[in-house]
Design a binder for this molecule. Structure first.
Ligand code: SF4
Length: 381
């Protein structure tokens, strides 16, 4: 968009004052973020977010060759937005052994995956050694593969119900076993009232933030997420972003932010209409503009579908997430999107959007180990 055209678009959308602040490198406050959410001209908000994205990452957009592993869907809780959990013994409940999971990771590593992403339910009986052994076994069998595992709620579960030790001690032992990064899951929407409606009994926002704070203080990295498009209002999304920006200011430990829309089918909130395309794009754009201390915003194609995920690369996102290989959580909630993508399809989607595709690792760094694997995983020269 020509520069004069850009200012004109912002003026017409009544966000000129915000655009001037953002372009001057100033931080916007929560009131401005709320105005961006309320702005009916999504394209104008997207153009502003795109400008910030290009400033931070140029024309580069990344993707990840990774593998999802869900060790178990057996869970003590029953979050109303979740279609994944089962009670032990219920039809559809599963629990994999460390050996089975390591074999799955190994097969993906052989095909060029650089990361395994591993989460599960809050299993009432698994010993702490299971989690440690799983990480150690994958690290040993798949040299160089990065292990991103466990949500903050799983960490609290291990600490409070399984080993009765501090969060710090649990995290230190997992790090010793080889854990490279925590996942960002479990954040949902931080507001207490919203949490009470969608996931009563789950950790509070403060507890989620404390797990990540502790991990960051150990010099470690993690990602952050936001599950939107259910009972929350735009003000709750802004409050969520505010708390993340504050923790990032304190620790600098988040390497990326992954907002994704709620998938209602097969959940106790199935009456809720799924977030529309413009809402998804606007949420990504506002996140990019407001989270000025986050380097990367991920467009999560599992939630949005690849075509919309690709469009989001022009609305502030600079990452298309991963190949994944086998996604369960969104698909048990009725997602019609594919369960995996080929690396060359992600690269082609990025290229088609006018960006330069780069394969990345867990920390969003261009991953040198990906290059020798490019032929094997089918990425063009
Ligand atoms: S979202 Fe996680 S904690 Fe909640 S019911 Fe599902 S698996 Fe359990």
């Amino acid at each position: 968009m020509a520069v004069t055209g850009f200012w004109d678009v912002c003026r017409k959308a009544d966000i000129l004052d915000i655009a001037e602040r953002v372009v001057a490198g100033e931080r916007i406050d929560e009131r401005a973020a709320l105005r961006l959410f309320d702005c009916p001209d999504t394209a104008a908000v997207g153009a502003l977010a795109d400008l910030i994205s290009r400033r931070k990452n140029g024309l580069r957009a990344s993707y990840l060759v990774n593998r999802y592993l869900n060790y178990s869907n057996i869970c003590l809780l029953s979050c109303r937005f979740c279609a994944f959990y089962r009670r032990a013994g219920q039809p559809g409940a599963f629990l994999y052994s460390v050996e089975e999971l390591t074999e799955q990771a190994y097969r993906s590593w052989n095909r060029g995956a650089v990361e395994v992403h591993c989460v599960g339910g809050l299993h009432p009986k698994l010993p702490f050694s299971y989690y440690r052994d799983l990480i150690a076994a994958i690290k040993e069998r798949c040299p160089g593969m990065m292990v991103k595992a466990f949500t903050a709620v799983e960490i609290r579960h291990m600490a409070d119900r399984i080993v009765h030790r501090s969060i710090q001690e649990v995290l230190e032992e997992l790090a010793e076993s080889g854990l490279d990064s925590l996942t960002g899951g479990g954040a949902e929407i931080f507001d207490a009232g919203v949490r009470d409606e969608i996931c009563r009994g789950k950790e509070t926002a403060e507890e989620w933030l404390e797990v990540h704070r502790t991990w960051h203080r150990m010099g470690k990295k993690s990602t952050a997420t936001m599950l939107f498009g259910h009972v929350e209002k735009p003000a709750h999304r802004v409050d969520h972003l505010r708390r993340l920006r504050e923790l990032q200011e304190e620790t600098g430990g988040f390497c990326g932010f992954v907002p994704f829309a709620f998938e209602p089918a097969n959940t106790k909130l199935s009456h809720i209409r799924r977030a529309g395309a413009l809402d998804i794009l606007r949420t990504i754009a506002v996140s990019r503009i407001y989270l000025d201390n986050f380097d990367h915003i991920t467009s999560y194609w599992i939630s949005s579908g690849l075509p919309l995920g690709q469009i989001a690369l022009s609305f502030g996102a600079d990452d298309l997430h991963g190949t994944i290989e086998e996604e369960k959580i969104f698909h048990m909630a009725g997602s019609n999107n594919p369960v995996s993508q080929k690396a060359d399809d992600l690269a082609a989607a990025i290229r088609e959007s006018g960006r330069e595709p780069v394969a990345r690792d867990t920390y969003y760094r261009v991953h040198p180990a990906v290059r020798p694997f490019r032929k094997a995983i089918g990425v063009g020269a």
